[in-house]
Write a protein that binds this ligand. Structure first.
Ligand SMILES: CC(C)(COP(=O)(O)OP(=O)(O)OC[C@H]1O[C@@H](n2cnc3c(N)ncnc32)[C@H](O)[C@@H]1OP(=O)(O)O)[C@@H](O)C(=O)NCCC(=O)NCCS
Length: 442
């Protein structure tokens, strides 16, 4: 990234480099960048040996880091010098399951921090603007992130595309299922969490391919899922336990890792990670969790909005959804490519006008769906073609996977119906059979 801004109003240089070892060591600029990230998120300062583990893992993901460095300054003795970035930003590129067996390439943004002493001077805007422009130029149709606060990213064209629910399931005395055989397929056995570390990628790959809205996971997830240490907790967590689900042929098609959480009022088990390739494996793993002795409640913060568990158990009120939060944020960079990648519920033709504050997705587009597949043509904006719907790229990004309907977005005052019937047509075409769900934080 090169910055060509006024040096008086923007006295920073943006430098981008890969996260990787050089001659077996973590390069100094990567060390300092990692320190800046942990400062920004109020985390523990990383030790050198842990940093090596992070960097080896990030290299697998092809992670690129950007730092903003103050130009032409000297800092007082003892203070962090100008070689420590005052802002950080990183990306890796993986895929998003957009249905119909399609994995769309996606530009995943992470590790966004600005040092408090440099906040609200346009650093985030500068890093985001030049990074999205480069991602678009590189041919990426979509960008994605998960947000620390829900008020930051809409202005850059991101929209909420999936939600994650926190659930608390009362299990004291055992979890009873309405159709016990539905929760009794295959076998669940305890395993060493290290086995989960080894199996994570192959199980996740199958889940990712099957799960609408899933975004691919970074390599570090095998450590996080198995309690072998992550950015927040570099040491192995010794009270994490794991159970594997084996299908009828003896193949592992799911697992759960979990840990007890101390609380004076009740005994809780918190799910660390739960992956299930099939509905049968999902219910069987919950059946296992529901039989844990001495436990009052099992909690999970990554449950889907439409959770079959809620409808599988005998006492629906023992399933409490205590929080529903925005999770995956998407940002369409290339409207024709993104819209042509997903499949559609009904055939039809619709013209939409998209506004984009950064310009990448702006324009008038005609979406023509035949046999569930779309061709998307850009129309000249000379008044000869009228838009049926007008909306911003943030709204279109939220509608993309069907996390919300156009009707609801219209009721929220966020999109305009230019021709009667356009909202209903949009919703019929974009309707998704299942609610999108991603289980990846990044
Ligand atoms: C969030 C953060 C990255 C913003 O950086 P920044 O350099 O101060 O942001 P900018 O000055 O470029 O602001 C860009 C725009 O975003 C807005 N904005 C920035 N932070 C915001 C916040 N937390 N909530 C709402 N709006 C915010 C600004 O008002 C500005 O709006 P405008 O351009 O439309 O007028 C920074 O405050 C930070 O590091 N926070 C702690 C770590 C964190 O939460 N990171 C995000 C991880 S997902």
């Amino acid at each position: 990234m090169a910055s060509e801004r006024n040096p008086r109003s923007f006295p920073y240089e943006l430098r981008t480099f890969p996260s990787r070892l050089a001659e077996g060591k973590v390069p100094d600029e990567v060390v300092k960048w990692q320190h800046a990230v942990s400062l920004g998120f109020h985390g523990n300062a990383p030790l050198e040996r842990d940093m090596e583990k992070y960097v080896v893992s990030e290299e697998v993901d092809g992670r690129m880091m950007t730092g903003a460095y103050v130009k032409d300054v000297t800092t007082p003795a003892g203070a962090w010098g100008p070689e420590y970035p005052v802002a950080t930003y990183a990306y890796h590129r993986k895929s998003l399951n957009v249905g119909g067996g399609t994995l769309l390439p996606v530009h995943q943004i992470t590790a966004v921090t600005v040092r408090s002493s440099h906040r609200r001077r346009g650093l985030l805007r500068a890093m985001m603007s030049s990074d999205l422009a480069q991602a678009k130029a590189a041919g990426l149709p979509m960008a994605a992130l998960t947000a620390s606060e829900a008020t930051i990213y809409g202005r850059f064209g991101f929209g909420v595309a999936t939600h994650a629910c926190r659930i608390e399931v009362a299990v004291r005395g055992g979890l009873e299922f309405i159709v016990p055989t539905a929760a009794g397929h295959g076998v669940v056995e305890i395993a060493d969490p290290l086995v989960v570390k080894g199996l994570h990628h192959q199980v996740f790959e199958r889940v990712h391919a099957a799960r609408y809205g899933s975004i691919d996971r970074q390599d570090m997830y095998r450590f996080l899922a198995s309690g072998q240490g992550g950015y927040a907790e570099p040491e192995p967590v010794l009270n994490i336990r794991a159970a594997l689900h084996y299908d009828e042929s003896g193949t592992v098609d799911g697992y759960v890792s979990y840990k007890p959480v101390r609380d004076d009022s009740r005994s809780t088990v918190e799910i660390v990670d739960l992956l299930a390739v099939t509905d049968a494996a999902y219910l069987a793993l919950w059946n296992f969790l529901g039989q844990l002795d001495l436990i009052d409640e099992v909690s999970w913060s990554m449950a889907p909005v439409d959770d079959p568990l809620e409808w599988a158990i005998a006492a629906k009120r023992h399933y409490k959804r205590t929080d529903t939060e925005d999770h995956l944020w998407l940002r369409i960079l290339d409207v024709p490519a993104a819209l042509a990648a997903r499949s559609y519920a009904v055939d039809g033709s619709l013209t939409i006008h998209v506004g984009d504050p950064l310009g990448h997705g702006s324009g008038l587009f005609r979406i023509t769906v035949v046999h569930g597949l779309a061709t998307v043509a850009r129309c000249v904006e000379d008044g000869s073609v009228a838009a049926q719907l007008s909306l911003g790229v943030s709204e279109l990004s939220s509608l993309y996977l069907g996390a919300v309907s156009a009707r609801t977005m219209h009721a929220a005052g966020r999109i305009r119906e230019e021709q009667p019937g356009a909202l209903a047509l949009f919703d019929a075409m974009f309707a998704a059979a299942v609610t999108p769900h991603s289980m990846t934080n990044f």
